[in-house]
Design a protein around this ligand. Sequence first.
Ligand SMILES: C[S@@+](CC[C@H](N)C(=O)[O-])C[C@H]1O[C@@H](n2cnc3c(N)ncnc32)[C@H](O)[C@@H]1O
Length: 142
Amino acid sequence: MVLGTVPPHYLARYCLRGKGPQAGTFLVDRRLRERVDFRQINLNRPLPQLPTFYLIMLRNLLIYFDRTTRQEVVRRVLERLEPGGYLMIGHSESLHELGVAELVQLAPAIFRKSLPGSGADVRLISADEEDTPGHRGREGRA
Ligand SMILES: C[S@@+](CC[C@H](N)C(=O)[O-])C[C@H]1O[C@@H](n2cnc3c(N)ncnc32)[C@H](O)[C@@H]1O
């Protein structure tokens, strides 16, 4: 990790600077480490009991699945994403074909889940919809 990209108040609050033989390294504070929960979960099955998240990274995972499975996996994962939270996928992946109405695309591989009542003004449409009469472009107003 490039520490220069971490805001100084986070460094001060959550990182310990290495000294002596550890000089040049850093350790994430125990309070933060203890909040991390590592689990192996099959996203192709109903998810176990999980909290909701502000950020979900699915980089280079969807490439393994056919369209129907991709749709199911994204639907499952979105249920665990907080409104206003971010979903990141790989640069070679796309959600366009999946028709996920509640995701706003911010950058090629970065999406944000709409807040309730905010009225998503960007809607991802499926390739099939592109030829329908009245279609207003790949990211038309919903
Ligand atoms: C190409 S690797 C990408 C790893 C990492 N996200 C990255 O971008 O470097 C694909 C990952 O998807 C995981 N994966 C494949 N099928 C999965 C499934 N059904 N549920 C959860 N993870 C899965 C694999 O274990 C592997 O870690």
